[in-house]
Design a protein around this ligand. Structure first.
Ligand code: BES
Ligand code: ZN
Ligand code: ZN
Length: 493
């Protein structure tokens, strides 16, 4: 879908569908909606009076223009109550309007910007979230089906219309940010939705190398061995797919901040094999790496003035005669030894060396890791909020705020002192997991904390939020691209 901004009155734009809006409770439409209503001889006001159009959030009503406007049809989308309007409602409304366009197979859609007046949003931000909601909301994974049905219908063009010439510059500013961020979100979703026989560690390395403005290096297994990253490469021992430790550097100077993304392209559990029900979903276990890769692309396109390194420890986790076994002990880049209790707790193993690399080799001062780490996080928070933990409250607060602005909920969980004992091992510095079944997400976080030292660190557990069984709001079912928006927003601010 192409998107453009045009300086033109709403009643002059030629399109298949024109999107106008209405706050709940408004009886007499004003602004652009009022202009259109007059051209339609009060048809919208009439439907409001009849109780058919109420302005409830995301409600859509089609009105045929019968030649009274260059637009063939008009859709009135509800904005909900003006006092409750915010960024995320603006995204939802934009997506609802495009869903309607898809339903009536409109190829060219024109829209006004929602909520910049009575909704209280600043114009550039209102334009940004409009574009985000439109692009993220009309995502559909192309996949490998050879016959394309109507689900594949795509709107060709979205025209954002604005009558005031003086506002165009600000709109273009927001449009640019929204466009870049949303494209990265959808690309991350493509990577996660992609099957594990296609999206391999090598594939991710190739994609990472294609990101412009970012210097990407890929460590081979031999190089990882030389650096002592045994926690990482031992996970790959049961797999025939070559492991790739990907390092993406953005900015001229020494990196200030590292984003570390779990890149398990398929998690079978290894020898501690998972039950087969829904095992296919473990192709999404590289969602952290996908989020980091696409955040790197977004900040490069946005020319963010920070030096950032993305670290993607990528491998499959498979059972095999050569695979690591429960009871094995492995070393790590920072020198700590780990007793493997479950080969299925592999995410923390690869992250331990990802974090170690950021801290010891690159001497980074701030680390944020993103991972589909624990099933316990899915039990605790479900699929509507990601878990966040760490050792620096200011950093955690900033991430939560960036999430709020981005429409991604982050919920802090405590790294309680009391649970540290659970990771004690009789024969190594620590165990990779416990068999208590309690506080699994925090125990995963506490394990990672043993590798961060005093470095400021935040851990984002996206096990529940990376993939939706069923669509919700502007996110369709499947991969969500979660954390691309939050991380980009955090790095931009
Ligand atoms: N990749 C899984 C976590 C996961 C579960 C992600 C569900 C998405 C949805 C992770 O590697 C894992 O298997 N974790 C174990 C840890 C346990 C062995 C301590 C888990 O959560 O059961
Ligand atoms: Zn696992
Ligand atoms: Zn995993």
């Amino acid at each position: 879908m192409k998107i453009k901004v045009q300086n033109i009155p709403v009643d002059k734009i030629k399109c298949d569908l024109l999107v106008v809006n209405l706050f709940e409770g408004i009886k007499d439409p004003g602004g652009a909606t009022g202009v259109i209503d007059k051209k339609l001889k009060g048809a919208i006001a009439g439907l409001i009076k009849a109780g058919e159009i109420t302005g409830k959030l995301c409600e859509t009503n089609i009105v045929h223009t019968q030649g009274r406007l260059p637009a063939t049809q008009v859709v009135v989308v509800g904005l909900g109550k003006a006092a409750e309007f915010d960024f995320d409602r603006a995204r939802k409304v934009a997506a609802a309007a495009l869903a309607e366009a898809k339903k009536i197979k409109a190829k060219i859609v024109a829209t006004i910007i929602h909520g910049a007046g009575a909704g209280g949003l600043k114009l550039p931000e209102a334009a940004q979230v409009l574009v985000e909601g439109s692009i993220i909301g009309s995502y559909h994974y192309d996949g490998y089906a050879t016959v394309k049905d109507e689900r594949f219908f795509q709107v060709n063009e979205l025209i954002v219309v604005e009558i005031a010439k003086s506002k165009i510059k600000e709109i273009l500013e927001g449009y640019r940010v929204g466009h870049i961020v949303a494209e990265s979100v959808n690309r991350a979703r493509d990577l996660v939705n992609g099957p594990a026989n296609k999206v391999t560690p090598s594939y991710l390395a190739t994609e990472a190398k294609k990101v412009e403005g970012v210097k990407t290096t890929v460590l081979s297994l031999a190089q990882a061995k030389k650096l002592g990253m045994e926690a990482y490469y031992s996970v790959s021992k049961g797999s025939k797919e070559p492991a790739k430790f990907i390092i993406m550097q953005y900015g001229k100077g020494k990196p200030e901040i590292a984003l570390v993304g779990k890149g398990i392209t398929f998690d079978s559990g290894g020898v501690s094999i998972k039950p087969s029900r829904k095992m296919w979903e473990m192709k999404t276990d590289m969602s952290g790496a996908a989020a980091v890769l696409e955040t790197m692309r977004a900040i490069s396109r946005l020319k963010v003035r920070k030096n950032v390194v993305g670290i993607l420890p990528c491998t499959e986790n498979m059972p095999d005669g050569q695979a690591q076994k429960p009871g094995d002990v492995v070393g790590s880049l920072v020198g700590k030894t780990i007793e493997i209790i479950s080969t299925d707790a592999e995410g923390r193993m690869v992250l331990a060396d990802g974090i170690g690399y950021a801290r010891k080799i690159l001497k980074v001062k701030k680390i944020i890791d993103v991972a589909t780490l624990t099933g316990a996080c899915v039990s605790a928070l479900g699929d509507a909020a990601s878990g966040v933990m760490g050792n620096n409250q200011e950093l955690l607060d900033k991430l939560v705020e960036a999430g709020q602005r981005s429409g991604e909920k982050l919920w802090q969980l405590p790294l309680l002192e009391e649970y540290k004992d659970y990771s004690k091992s009789e024969i190594a510095d620590m165990k990779n997991c416990t068999e208590t079944g309690k506080a699994g997400t925090a125990i995963g976080g506490l394990f990672l904390q043993m590798f961060t030292g005093d470095t400021s660190w935040a851990h984002l557990d996206i096990a529940g939020t990376a993939y939706l069984d069923k669509g919700r709001g502007y996110l369709s079912g499947g991969a969500t691209g979660v954390m691309v928006r939050t991380l980009t927003e955090y790095l931009r601010s």
